[in-house]
Ligand binder design. Sequence first.
Ligand SMILES: [Zn+2]
Length: 174
Amino acid sequence: MALLEILEFPDPRLRTVASPIKNVDGRIASMADSMLETMYDAPGIGLAAPQIGLLNRVIVMDCVKEEDATPEPMVLINPEITGSSDALNVHEEGCLSIPDQFAEVERPAEVKVRWLGLDGKTLEETFEGLWATCVQHEIDHLNGKLFIDYLKPLRRQMITRKMQKLKRERARGD
Ligand SMILES: [Zn+2]
C-alpha cells in the first residue's frame, strides 16, 4: 500500500460530483485501505475519494480521538443521508484539502446515513457528535462541496486567497 497524494483547494476535481460505485470488489477494498492509511498519516479523521483524485462515491473515517482507544476505521460506499435532526450543532471544521484553515460550521447534530459496506451489503446507522459532523463533511466532498461554502463570503474569500497564494508559492518552489 502506498500513501496517496491529497489534492488541495482550489483543484477542479474537488468541485466535481463523484459517481456511484457499481460493483463493490477487491479494487474498492484496496483503494479504501490506501485511503485509510493516507488519512491516518495526514493525520485526519475523514477522507473522501475525490480528495485523492478518484471521482467515486467512497469515504473513509475514524473519529476516535483518544490516544489509547481502539481505532474504528469505517469505509462507506455510496453513502446517502436518509434523515437529519432538527437540532443543529456547531463544530470547528478543517479539511485535509484546505490545510491549516479552520472555521465553525453549523450542521444537523444527528444524521441517519445509508451506505454499502465492503461486502456489498447495505448498512444504515445514526451518527452523532463528531461522527455526524465528519460524515456530513465527507459526503459533501462527493458532491463537490467544501466546508468553506458554509462560511460568510468574506471569510471564504480570505481562505481562498490564502490557498491560491500558497499554491503559487509552492509552484515557484519557495
Ligand atoms: Zn474535507
